[in-house]
Design a protein around this ligand. Sequence first.
Ligand SMILES: Cc1ncc(COP(=O)(O)O)c(C=O)c1O
Length: 445
Amino acid sequence: MTREQMVREGESRYISKVQKIPYYDMVFERGAGALLYDTEGNEYIDLLASAGSANTGNGNKEIAEAVYEQMKKICQITPAYVYTEKNVELAKKLTELTPGDFPKKVAFGLSGSDSIDGAIKFAKGYTKRNRLISFKGAYHGSTYGAISVSAINTNMRRKLDPLPDVTHFSYPACYACPYDKENTACNLECLNEIKTAFASYLPPEEVAAVFFEPIEGDAGIICPPKKYVQALYDLCQEHGILFVSDEIQQGFGRSGKWFAIEHFDVAPDLIVCGKSIGGGLPMGAIVGRAEVLDCLEPPAHLFTLAGNTTVCAAALKAIEITERDHLVEKAAEDGKYFLDKLKALQGKYDIVGDVRGLGFSIAVDFVDSQATMNPDRNAILKVCWDCVQNGVLITFLGKGSLRIQPPLIITREQIDTCVRVIENAIKKLIAGEIPDSVLSQIKGW
Ligand SMILES: Cc1ncc(COP(=O)(O)O)c(C=O)c1O
């Protein structure tokens, strides 16, 4: 049995199946920047960035050094009972980096999901209201509160009993408008759904918070129009509802701004962070209005390992690298470079549908034809499979979108290689050269 087979068998023998969305039968061993290497030494350009948690690159030696230096002194001394310097330093930095010209505080957690739960608690505690609003297609994580505000996959609800009083509305997905409107004819029908609910069955004075992904990531990198986000924010203000931006996937530079909500010029009451915040180590954080973050008493949202000294050292180093190497600006510029190259494919191939994105969060839809724009799941599976065979690690999202979210340090040369590999896969697909047999080898969501 090969080493890869042993790992795969071991996983299915010892690890709960609930923790795997099976994309590929691959075992990775190490990384270097935007590259990954499997156990056989094969090299891949990474367009997944560990589901958006490796913004500063794989195998980052500076972060490793910061972690080592901290661990040599002390790995963890719980900030729940005593004071530590690193978590104060990080909290201060987070209040400075996030939008909003008002006093802010931070509550640390261990993941994006538990920080979403925290935001639910703070919103309910502060407003003394119980109802929540979220969006169809949202993925906010898999703790109890987080599954309750999510609405992307029935596995996250089946056999469970999510929180009551969460209402999900249409996300403003203009490229596939749920109301079939052209941009010019749009009267913010999506927002009117909420207004109609407020007038008929959802008392706005009982709504604590709106949970909003500024780019709806797992639903297919859906970028909302600015006028919608601003109108949603105004509606929240009007009714004393807290606006919560889930930046777990898009934060820390991915969208070409530190936080994706900055594209829309609104300052959320709460920002929820996760994934890349910890430089690859587990961490979550809620950053927001000080009075909201101070509305609960300990230990209503407290974890022994939250604000862990070593993870804070990694997070501070990741932020330092992001600032020093201008990775946010790089994501904006090189993301546009990547997007433009992928948009060119749309003009050449009828099966390439919408291509959209901000910074290094990009989706390429595969459709049966541009006339019908029906998602083609088999096409996306085959394209992904062929890319992986040719050294580009890529997955898919939504109904049939390539997920392009590389580490922010990817080079232009690597981007050019990826576009070439994707285009070759499209050509092979059209020529019928990718066999149906690959469909059973790649599953995904
Ligand atoms: C937008 C968004 N929110 C929340 C989460 C949950 O984060 P985690 O899996 O780190 O708990 C994710 C994870 O994919 C996400 O993409």
